[in-house]
Design a protein around this ligand. Structure first.
Ligand SMILES: C=CC1=C(C)c2cc3[nH]c(cc4nc(cc5[nH]c(cc1n2)c(C)c5CCC(=O)O)C(CCC(=O)O)=C4C)c(C)c3C=C
Ligand SMILES: [Fe+2]
Ligand SMILES: [Fe+2]
Length: 339
């Protein structure tokens, strides 16, 4: 029987597209203090009193446009990925989510019932970049369940892999078939946004991120947890391997929520502005998402297209996430083996 097990963790989706399930999911998600980082009572009022009541019916309608017979794309894709990683690595692979189901405690129970002699669980967060609202909260959630369960096995965690060769090459391979000379005016790298405040919070120096000139290009210990530095590095490395120059591509940040200052430029603003600047043919890739989900399938593929075409764009193509493609499976196994 196996002694080592892999545990993939992703964000999670509502259990169904009913407004009730979406409301429960949004409440759990947005009450996370690493996502909406305001004191508990203020957060409760904001989330339960304002955001969720308005957002749940709208989000439920959006989820209905992407839902499959097997359920949420993010969950289906993560399960497919687990099967492939299991085949490729020869190790048992399990899945848990940060919000909704399956929970880490459920996954640990499953692991123990099928592999009572497990000695090591290696956690693979399906987030290439460090953000307190994604990688950090997912890892802490699993560590917490591991601590509470007081299990007899060790928990290892794979570090952010935004600059890992395998991840970069896997992105390059998804882009390459689209790069027909003259087909697109520009490539847009659209990353999930975060509030600037989160960037300040994860800066241990307190004086580097978004404060020093060209902060993300100047070497600093802050980059270990700087989401902006990490996404810019992913972009630079992918662009380098494809010999793209800075006039070929741009970076933007999507999915803004609330009125705080988030990383800029916002994807929606860029999509509105580009056609008037002569960029009429656009290719979009979303490297922060390794599994297609609401934010890629609905926001980027559908809403994004509408925004760009309404603003005068002529061609708008989007690249699927790595999902369960072979290069990605190989990269995961490589990263797990290096822990
Ligand atoms: C890629 C990493 C992600 C970061 C960083 C992130 C930060 C972040 N997200 C919200 C609010 C919402 N995000 C929602 C969906 C969603 N977010 C990510 C990833 C990151 N979020 C994914 C993969 C998904 C899709 C989930 C799915 O089921 O397909 C949603 C829910 C949907 C909606 O109502 O739009 C919210 C809300 C904040 C506030 C935040 C940082 C502070
Ligand atoms: Fe999000
Ligand atoms: Fe930075």
């Amino acid at each position: 029987m196996a002694k080592k097990v892999i545990l993939l963790t992703n964000l999670g989706s509502p259990d169904s597209t009913s407004v009730k399930d979406v409301r429960r999911y949004l409440n759990e998600f947005l009450m996370d203090e690493r996502v909406i980082d305001v004191p508990y009572l203020g957060r409760l009022l904001l989330v339960r009193g304002i955001i969720t009541p308005f957002r749940a019916p709208k989000s439920a309608a959006k989820y209905r446009t992407i839902w499959t017979d097997e359920g949420s794309p993010l969950i289906v894709i993560t399960n497919e990925l687990a099967e492939k990683v299991e085949k490729h690595s020869g190790l048992p692979v399990y899945v848990c989510m940060r919000y909704a189901n399956p929970t880490p405690a459920y996954a640990f129970k499953q692991i123990l019932s099928e592999h009572s002699d497990v000695e090591e669980v290696t956690l693979f967060p399906l987030y290439p970049h460090y953000a307190m609202s994604s990688y950090e909260t997912a890892v802490e959630h699993v560590k917490n369940a591991h601590r509470i369960g007081d299990y007899g096995f060790k928990l290892n965690v794979v570090a952010p892999y935004y600059n890992h060769n395998g991840y970069i090459d896997a992105l390059v391979a998804t882009l390459k078939p689209y790069l027909v000379k003259g087909k697109y005016d520009r490539i847009l790298f659209s990353y999930h946004g975060i509030p600037e405040r989160h960037i300040f919070k994860t800066d241990p120096t307190g004086s580097h991120c978004l404060k020093a000139e060209n902060c993300c290009s100047v070497e600093s210990p802050a980059h270990e947890k700087c989401y902006r530095h990490q996404v810019l590095e992913t972009t630079r490395l992918v662009a380098g391997k494809l010999s793209l120059t800075e006039s070929n591509y741009l970076v933007s940040f999507q999915s803004r929520l609330g009125t705080d200052k988030w990383l800029t430029p916002a994807t929606s603003d860029v999509l509105k502005d580009l056609p008037s600047k002569g960029v009429k043919k656009l290719l979009v890739i979303s490297p922060a998402f390794v599994s297609d989900c609401l934010e890629t399938l609905e926001e980027i593929h559908e809403e994004g297209r509408e925004t760009f075409i309404e603003a005068g764009g002529e061609l708008y193509d989007t690249i699927p996430c790595l999902n369960s493609n072979d290069d990605w499976v190989e990269t995961i196994v490589d990263l797990v083996n290096k822990v």
